[in-house]
Design a protein around this ligand. Structure first.
Ligand SMILES: [Zn+2]
Ligand SMILES: [Zn+2]
Length: 209
């Protein structure tokens, strides 16, 4: 499910992704020289939410078993993130977690007192690459003049035949929570995915009573 692609959006997301990856590489080289694998930006971004339109982003995650110089690592990490907005979290296990954000980028560094830097996770703010898909109500299956003798137009769908709630798609928006918003596709609660009007089962008419 995707509408028309927004001109230039994919290239812009790629530029932001390249920048994120460069920032992470520079940071890790400063904190744990030579320990992080060198990787390029993946060809395709991640889908981060199945809304309408879809949301896309890039992320980079590096996990470490054991890094040296654990003692001064938190201070060095804070210094390296001087240009970022940083909050510090102390976990029950004694780890320090640095949360940093700047210009649509977020960073998380897990610093264990014994094992040093254990995890670096960087994310981009998700962005849309397409215009929202427009849903059009389909043409009714049955016009009032075509109702068979002894029948009447379905009072629920008025001849549409398709489920009136989802217009025959079988799903509606909603159901997946991402960043506090509810979006995504969820099976239609009226037709339960069958796509037909549950009242007339797709006939558009019912026997006159
Ligand atoms: Zn109906
Ligand atoms: Zn439906």
């Amino acid at each position: 499910m995707a509408g028309e692609e927004i001109p230039g959006a994919r290239a812009e997301l790629r530029r932001r992704g390249e920048r994120l990856f460069a920032e992470v590489a520079e940071l890790l080289e400063a904190l744990v020289p030579g320990m992080a694998p060198v990787v390029g930006l993946p060809e395709h971004p991640d889908i981060t939410a199945f809304g309408n339109p879809l949301s896309f982003a890039y992320h980079r995650q590096v996990a470490f078993d054991r890094t040296p110089d654990a003692a001064d690592l938190p201070a060095r990490a804070k210094a390296a993130l001087a240009d970022w907005q940083v909050t510090v979290e102390h976990t029950d296990s004694g780890s320090t977690v640095l949360h940093a954000w700047r210009d649509g980028m977020t960073l998380r560094l897990h610093l264990n007192p014994v094992r040093g830097l254990t995890l670096c996770r960087a994310d981009l703010e998700p962005m849309a690459l397409h215009l929202p898909e427009e849903f059009v109500r389909p043409e009714p299956l049955l016009a009032p003049e075509n109702v068979r003798p002894g029948h009447e137009l379905c009072p629920e769908c008025e001849g549409l035949g398709w489920c009136e709630r989802c217009w025959g798609r079988g799903w509606t928006m909603g159901g997946v929570t991402w960043g506090g918003r509810t979006e995504g596709q969820v099976r239609c609660g009226d037709c339960l995915g069958s796509r037909a009007c549950p009242f007339c089962r797709g006939a558009g008419e019912r026997p006159r009573r």
